[in-house]
Design a protein around this ligand. Structure first.
Ligand code: ADP
Ligand code: MG
Length: 688
C-alpha cells in the first residue's frame, strides 16, 4: 500500500473517533493528510524574558516552575462554569509570571515544581498583575512541533486540536515519507527552482523559516494549477481525437441570414460567428462556451451555427431553461430562416401528449430541422435522425448531469455550443471551464442606454410610485419584481397577491398582470403575450422573469426587497430592461436597516453596470468557496490556489501544461511518469 491510499487510521494515534474527524475534513488517506495544508502560520520563535512581557503581545517564555496550586471550586466566569483553576509560577533569571488554566485540573499531575517548560500565549492583566491565561506549554529540550518555531494553523474538526493535528502530521510524514511520489517533472522543478516533494511537504507543515514556508506554498499553488490545466488539455486533446461532423459554411447562405436581420452585428458578434463557423468545419467536435453579458445578443450568434448545420443536412437541438425562452427563440429563428424551408419546433412537457409524440416522430424521421426544448428534450424517447449541433442556452440553469446527457443521446459526436450570461473573469473561466474553448462577446449593440439606478428605502415609496406613473404616461411598461423565495409556499404567494391587488388599485386605470412559477404553462405564455402587446402595463413577477424574457418597451423595473437577492441575480434582472433604445430605470426599494453585506451588494449594483466587474465584486463579497460552489464542475476542489489571486501563476502553469500535452499527449515519456501517478492520486475521488 502506498501513502496515497493508506487510510488515516493506520497512522499511530488515530482511532475511530479521530478518523471520523479527519473524514469530516475530507481527509481519508495519508496522502490526503499530507496535502491538508495550514491556512496560516504563527511565528512562535519570539522568545522573551519575563520582564519584557507586555499585555496582549503573544510571546514565548522559557522558565522553571517555582509554584503550583490547584483550586477546585464552582463559579461562573464569562458565562462559563469554572470547576477548577490551576495556577503556576514560572520564573527565569529576569522575573516571574503566573500561568493560569481553567478546568484543566489534570495538568496538576503533569506540571510539577522544578520542571523546566516553555509556554506560549498572550499575557493579560488579571487581579492587577500580568498573567498568561491558558498558554500552550511543552517541556523543553525535545524537538518541538508547537513552540519555539513557525507553526502551521489548520482548519480543524471538533474532535481534535492544533497540537494533535501537528503530531499526527509529523508521525505520518516520518513514517511514510519514503513512499511519497514526486509530483512535478524534474525539468519543471529545476526551471522553477522548487524543492523536491519531500522537502516541500516538510516545509509547508514544519517550516524552518519564513522563506521555506513561502517557497513551499508557491510550489503547491503552482502544482495544483498545473495539474488542473493538465486535466484540461488532456480532455481537449481527447476531444480532438474524436471524429466529428464536418459542417462546411456557405457564404451565400450566411449573407442571406445577415440580410434578414434588422440590425448590423456588433464586431464581437461577427468575431464569435466566424470562430464558431470555423469550429464547425473542423473534423472534431466543437466544444465552445459563448459568454456575454445579458442582452449582448448571443441568440443570433447561435442561430448562424444552427443555420449552417441544417444547411449541411443535419439537425440542431437547442436546450433552454424555460418555455417562454423556447418560444422566444423560435420567433428569432423563424424570422432569420424565413426564406428557407427549415422547420423549427418547440417541445415542452406541457404540450398535449399526442403533439409531443408527433414531434418525436418527426424528429426521428428528419422532418424537423431544429428542435428547441426544455428538459423535455433529454427524455428517453427523443431520437434524432442526424444530429449535428447541440446548443445549450443559459447553461448555469442546468445541472451538470443534464448538460452531459443531451450530447450523449447520439452515437455520433455532435458539435456543442454552450451559452452563458454568468460573467466570470476570463482567468476563472479558463480554469473552471478550461476544456471548453471560450469566446466572449464584449460589446453591447449600439444605442443601448446605461440604466438609471435608483436605490431608496421604504419611506420613499410614494415618490417611487409617482415616478412610475410618469413613466406609464410616457407609454413605457414596468416590471415589479417581488421576492418569492419558495415559489411552492402558499404564504409567499399570498403576499404576492396582496401586492397585486394593491398595485391594481393604486395604478388604476393601468392594468396590472401577475407572473409566477406556480402558474400553468399556458397561463404564463398568455400573460407574457399580453405584456408584449401592451395590454398589461405593469407586470408583477417573481424572479422567473430573470431568464431571457425580451420585451423591448418594458424599460422600468422596480425590485422589492432587493436585499434578498444575490448580486448576479440582480444583474440578470436588470438585463431585462436594457433591450431597446429607451432609457432604462432600475429602482430598488430596500428595508430600512440592512446588514453590511446587503448594503455593500446594493451599493455595487447601483453603481456598477459591467457584468464582469459585478462578478468580481461578487467573488470578493461572497468568497471563492461560495462562488465556485455552483459553477465548478469536473475540476477538483482547489485546496491552496485561488485562480483570481494567483492569476499569474495560473497563466504560467497553463503554459507548462500546454507544452507537456503537446509533446506527450498520452503522458508516455519517462519524465512524465510522475504526472500520470500524481493525476491518479489527485483525481481518484473528484473526477466526474
Ligand atoms: P442574450 O445575449 O442575453 O441572450 P439576446 O440574444 O436575447 O441576448 O438579445 C437581446 C436583444 O438584442 C434581442 O432583442 C436581439 O434582437 C437584440 N440584438 C442582438 N444583436 C443586436 C445587434 N447587433 N444590434 C441591435 N440589437 C441586437
Ligand atoms: Mg439569451
Amino acid at each position: 500500500m502506498t501513502m496515497k491510499d493508506t487510510p488515516v487510521r493506520y497512522i499511530k494515534g488515530v482511532g475511530p473517533k479521530k478518523e471520523a474527524g479527519f473524514n469530516d475534513l475530507g481527509v481519508y488517506t495519508v496522502g490526503d493528510l499530507l496535502y491538508y495544508f495550514p491556512f496560516r502560520y504563527e511565528d512562535r520563535r519570539l522568545l522573551k524574558k519575563i520582564k519584557e512581557l507586555s499585555g496582549d503581545q503573544a510571546a514565548l517564555v522559557k522558565g522553571e516552575v517555582v509554584a503550583c496550586n490547584l483550586k477546585n471550586m464552582s463559579y461562573f466566569r464569562r458565562a462559563k462554569k469554572v470547576k477548577s483553576i490551576f495556577e503556576i509560577g514560572l520564573a527565569d533569571n529576569s522575573g516571574r509570571i503566573n500561568c493560569v488554566w481553567f478546568n484543566q485540573g489534570y495538568l496538576s499531575d503533569k506540571i510539577k515544581v522544578g520542571d523546566k517548560i516553555v509556554v506560549y500565549g498572550k499575557p493579560r492583566v488579571s487581579d492587577g498583575r500580568l498573567k498568561l491565561i491558558s498558554p500552550e506549554y511543552e517541556y523543553f529540550g525535545n524537538e518541538s512541533l508547537n513552540l519555539d518555531r513557525i507553526v502551521g494553523i489548520y482548519s480543524l474538526s471538533s474532535v481534535f486540536n492544533q497540537k494533535f493535528m501537528r503530531k499526527i502530521l509529523s508521525v505520518a510524514f516520518r513514517h511514510y515519507k519514503d513512499g511519497i511520489f514526486e509530483s512535478l517533472p524534474f525539468y519543471i522543478r529545476q526551471q522553477k527552482s522548487f524543492p523536491n516533494i519531500v522537502k516541500s511537504l516538510n516545509s509547508i507543515h514544519f517550516p524552518d523559516c519564513w522563506q521555506a514556508a513561502e517557497k513551499a506554498r508557491e510550489k503547491f499553488i503552482f502544482e495544483e494549477l498545473f495539474f488542473s490545466q493538465i486535466l484540461v488539455y488532456l480532455r481537449k486533446s481527447k476531444r480532438q481525437f474524436r471524429k466529428g461532423i464536418v459542417l462546411k459554411s456557405n457564404n451565400e447562405f450566411i449573407n442571406k441570414l445577415k440580410n434578414n436581420l434588422v440590425f448590423e452585428l456588433t464586431s464581437s458578434q461577427k468575431e464569435a460567428v466566424s470562430k464558431i463557423l470555423g469550429d464547425l468545419a473542423k473534423s472534431y467536435p466543437m466544444h465552445r462556451l459563448l459568454q456575454g453579458d445579458v442582452g449582448c445578443g448571443k441568440t443570433v450568434v447561435s442561430a448562424f451555427a444552427a443555420g449552417i448545420c441544417v444547411d449541411c443536412g443535419y439537425q440542431a437541438a437547442v436546450m433552454v431553461p424555460t418555455e417562454i425562452l423556447a418560444y422566444q427563440h423560435k420567433e428569432t429563428l423563424d424570422r432569420m430562416f424565413k426564406e428557407t424551408r427549415f422547420r423549427v419546433e418547440v417541445v415542452t412537457s406541457s404540450l398535449p401528449r399526442a403533439k409531443i409524440k408527433k414531434i418525436h416522430n418527426d424528429l426521428e424521421t428528419g422532418k424537423i430541422n431544429i428542435i428547441i426544448g426544455t428538459h423535455a428534450l433529454i427524455q428517453e424517447e427523443v431520437k434524432f435522425k442526424k444530429i449535428g449541433l447541440v446548443i445549450i442556452d443559459e447553461q448555469h440553469k442546468f445541472g451538470v448531469a443534464q448538460r452531459a446527457l443531451l450530447p450523449k443521446k447520439t452515437e455520433t459526436n455532435p458539435h456543442c455550443l454552450v451559452m452563458s450570461a454568468t460573467p466570470i473573469p476570463r482567468s476563472l473561466a479558463l480554469s473552471l471551464y478550461g476544456d471548453l474553448d471560450l469566446t466572449v462577446i464584449k460589446d453591447m449593440p449600439q444605442g443601448r442606454k446605461i440604466p438609471n439606478n435608483i436605490w431608496v428605502k421604504e419611506n420613499k415609496r410614494q415618490w417611487v410610485y409617482s415616478f412610475l406613473r410618469d413613466k406609464l404616461k410616457e407609454k413605457r411598461q414596468i416590471y415589479v419584481v417581488y421576492p418569492v423565495i419558495e415559489e411552492n409556499q402558499d404564504q409567499d404567494l399570498k403576499s404576492l397577491e396582496v401586492m397585486y391587488k394593491d398595485l391594481s388599485k393604486k395604478f388604476s386605470p393601468y392594468s396590472v398582470g401577475m407572473f409566477h412559477g406556480r402558474m400553468k404553462p399556458l397561463e404564463k405564455l398568455e400573460v407574457i403575450d399580453k405584456f408584449k402587446k401592451n395590454d398589461i402595463h405593469i407586470l408583477l413577477s417573481t424572479t422567473v422573469v430573470e431568464v431571457g424574457v425580451n420585451i423591448e418597451n418594458a424599460t422600468v423595473m422596480l425590485v422589492e426587497n432587493p436585499e434578498r437577492f444575490g448580486l448576479a441575480q440582480l444583474h440578470q434582472l436588470r438585463g431585462r430592461i436594457q433591450r431597446s433604445n429607451h432609457q432604462p430605470h432600475f429602482i430598488l426599494i430596500s428595508k430600512n436597516d440592512l446588514s453590511d453585506v446587503a448594503s455593500r451588494r446594493l451599493d455595487v449594483i447601483s453603481s456598477v453596470t459591467d457584468g464582469f466587474k459585478i462578478a468580481e465584486e461578487d467573488l470578493i463579497i461572497r468568497g471563492p468557496g461560495d462562488f465556485f460552489g455552483h459553477i465548478q464542475h469536473g475540476i477538483p476542489k482547489l485546496r491552496i490556489a485561488s485562480p483570481l489571486r494567483d492569476l499569474e501563476v495560473l497563466k504560467e502553469a497553463r503554459l507548462f501544461a500546454y507544452n507537456v500535452i503537446k509533446n506527450d499527449p498520452y503522458l508516455e515519456k519517462p519524465q512524465h511518469k510522475c504526472i500520470r501517478e500524481h493525476l491518479g492520486f489527485w483525481f481518484q475521488k473528484t473526477e466526474d
